[in-house]
Every structure is written in structure tokens, then in C-alpha cells.
Write a protein that binds this ligand. Sequence first.
Ligand code: ADP
Length: 457
Amino acid sequence: MRHFQKVLVANRGEIAIRICRACTELGIRTVAVYTEEDKLALHRYKADEAYYIGEGLGAVEAYLNIPSLIRVAQETECDAIHPGYGFLSESEELARACQEAGITFIGPRIEHLQMFGDKVKARQVAKAAGVPIVPGTDGPVSKEEASAFAQKVGYPVMLKAVSGGGGRGMRLVHSQEELYEAYDRASSEAKSAFGAAEVYIEKYVQRPKHIEVQILGDHHGKLVHLYERDCSIQRRHQKVVEIAPSSLPEPTRAAICNAAVQLMKHAGYVNAGTVEFLLQPDGQFFFIEVNPRIQVEHTITELITGIDLVQAQIRIAEGHRLDDSEIGIHGQESITTRGVAIQCRVTTEDPQNGFLPDTGRITTYRSAAGFGIRLDTGNGYTGARVLPYYDSLLVKVSAFALNFEQAARKMFRALQEFRIRGVKTNIPFLANVVRHPEFLAGQCTVHFIEEHPELLS
Ligand code: ADP
């Protein structure tokens, strides 16, 4: 067992700040890194120390530069590196470089990053664990193999990049005529985004909900779930609004949570991870992928369970058992949920202009607040500059109440309370979502946004 004195946060924005807060509460000192573009970014000032890593590198590349991150960690005598989400969070190379440098990578083992960074391998693991997977190919396919598979299961089908993520490298194909061109596009998108052109093919699941299960596992063989989130409100396969727990019937919820635990126990998973499923209207569900890291939407699980996931990640990485006093999870039965939490991702995107990212200086930033509202922001303040280089996430607003309807009303109230000027945001769109009858009925599928163009006005 180690006790971390200092942790390097290899990220920026809200998640870097979130991690610093978790460390500070645990009495661990924090080291931030920043680029030229981020020299005024808040994450720099929320850490105990901050170092410039941009020398000769681009705004994004600097955060991906493993040697410079390791060098800063060593020079500042950090015990561990927390990668957050995005950037190097799923990087085997970073985990390996940490190991070689004697620094703890706060995340799963290297083998899990390998297993789940490759969606085809992940499907094999799920299958071996007895968890249902979307009918699909066992490995990467050629154009001809893709065509043969599609003819066998019937269109539509989904072409997916083996190393895909963030909704990229994915193509819905309706017919044989579209297949070859879609294949080329998916493959070249995969090559440029992930450096690997391989694609595989899955049957297209009709009108699903996206349901995912939060998992925590320790290094001593104990693993639990922290219930599920409904992340069906998506745009271009990316999540926009998330709800925890879902409004599923109890037997379906239990079956999905148990399947997630079964898979992750089979994999011997360690630390925080999420198992994602597509749920059909008939109650059948299929595994799609595992995200071996903390996720953007972890906040709502924290609100309903009372468990600080980032602190649990740190304690697990130190070698603590889930059931020791530092983490305090005494078996699955000790985890209960209370109420409902909803998260909205407020972005600097203009819903009336195809969600085009907006940039510039925030001239007014008046935040929502009040009972049951949690805010996680990177650079939400008057005078901040929204830069074109990074993700357009401005602030995550999470609302917690005793039931879903109250949480939705609280969210609407909070969204109304924001005053953000100088850059466009998606707040008017989000306010429409959380008041929509279909949303309030808990019935949204992943098609909700595309089926309701009135949400944009
Ligand atoms: P990524 O890793 O890029 O986030 P996922 O595999 O998690 O990709 O899928 C993201 C979203 O894409 C899902 O939530 C769902 O909306 C859609 N999707 C993925 N696979 C399928 C499929 N086989 N059928 C229908 N929709 C799918």
C-alpha cells in the first residue's frame, strides 16, 4: 500500500479541476500542466503547482506528450498520474511509461487498456463472460466480408472503427449501394482519428436506449456496480444529457447491472470503469463497449450514491480495499441510491447554427446555484477566453432531487438562471430538452434529438 503525497493531473479543463479537488480533500498535493494557449486557464491555478509543457508543441499535442508529462512528474516527485478522460486516459503507452518510471497510473491495469481499447477484443471478452453482444463480426473485416455479413443479418448495419471512441469512426449503412463508400469513409476517419484503419461491422440495433453501468474494482478481487445511467440523449452518437438512475423496470435494471459486473469480474477489472449497453424496446440488451476510465457523466452517479468516484479511484490506486475505512464500500448491498440526478453538458456551441462551436471572450458569466445544483466547470467565468483548440464543454450542470420530475424542473430552473454573454451556448436547446414531454416520460431513445428538430428553436 502506498500513500500518495503528490499527484500530477495530466489533463485540462473541468476534469483537471475535479481531480485536484478530490486530491486536496484527501490531503494530496497536486501538480497541473498547461500549454501556451492555456496559460490563463483555471486548472493551472487550482493546483498546488503548475508547469508549462507546451515547448514547441501544439495546443493539444502538448497534453499528449508522454515524455514531458513523465519528466514533470519525476521532477516534482509525484507518486501518481491521473489522466482524467480524453487525451491519454486510455493510453497503454502512458500506463507503461508510468510503470517504467515507478509512478502509479490512476486507472486500470495495462491489460485492461489493451482489452477495452480494441472494440473487437472487448466483444470477445464480453462473449467469453456470457454477456450478450450486438450480432457482429468477430474481427476487422474487408469490404467484401462486410458486404457478406450485411447480407446475412440484413440492413441497416453499423460500421465501426476497431479503436473508435467519442462517436467517431462510426457509419450507419442502410443498403448495399451505400456500403463500399461508407466503408472507405469509416476506415479513413478511423485512420486519421485513431491511427488504425480497421473497421468491423455490427447489426444496427433499432430504437435503443443507451444504458451504462458504473463499476469500481479494487486490487484485491472485490468489484461492485454503482448502478446505471441513461445516456440516450445524444447528438451524433455523443452524449448531451444523462440521467441516473434510469427509469427502467427493476428486473431489467438488475439484469443489466449484473451483466456489467459479470463482464468486469471476468476481466479482473481494477479501478473505475463503465460498461455500456444498448437496450431494445423489448427489454433485450447488448454490450457495446467498456470505457476504462472516469467518464464525463460520473457526477450524477456520485450524487445518487454519495460515493466520490475520483477519490475512490485514487484510494484504489494506492492499494486500498473497497471495504476499508478509506473507501467504505462494504459489498454490493452497502451501495444504495437515493433520488435522481440529471446532468446537462453546457457547450459553447450554437444550436441555431448546426451546433457550430463558438469562440471568443466571455463578457458576462453569471452562474446558476442553489439547493441540489452541482457545477463542474473549467473556464466558466467573466473574461475567460473560449479557444478553438479544445473541447467546447463549458460547464457541466448536475441537478439532484428526490424524483425525476423534480430533478428535471430543478435543471430547467438552473439553466434559466445562467447568463452567459460573449459566446453562444447550447443552453436554450438544453432547456427545451428537459421540458420535453418525451423526456419527462423517460422514454427517449438515442434518436430523440434527431427526431425533434423543434428542440433547436
Ligand atoms: P464510441 O466509443 O464512439 O462512443 P459506442 O460504441 O459507445 O461508440 O456507441 C456510441 C453510440 O452509437 C451508442 O450510444 C448508440 O447511440 C450508437 N450505436 C453504437 N453501436 C450501435 C449499433 N450497433 N446499433 C445502433 N446504434 C449504435
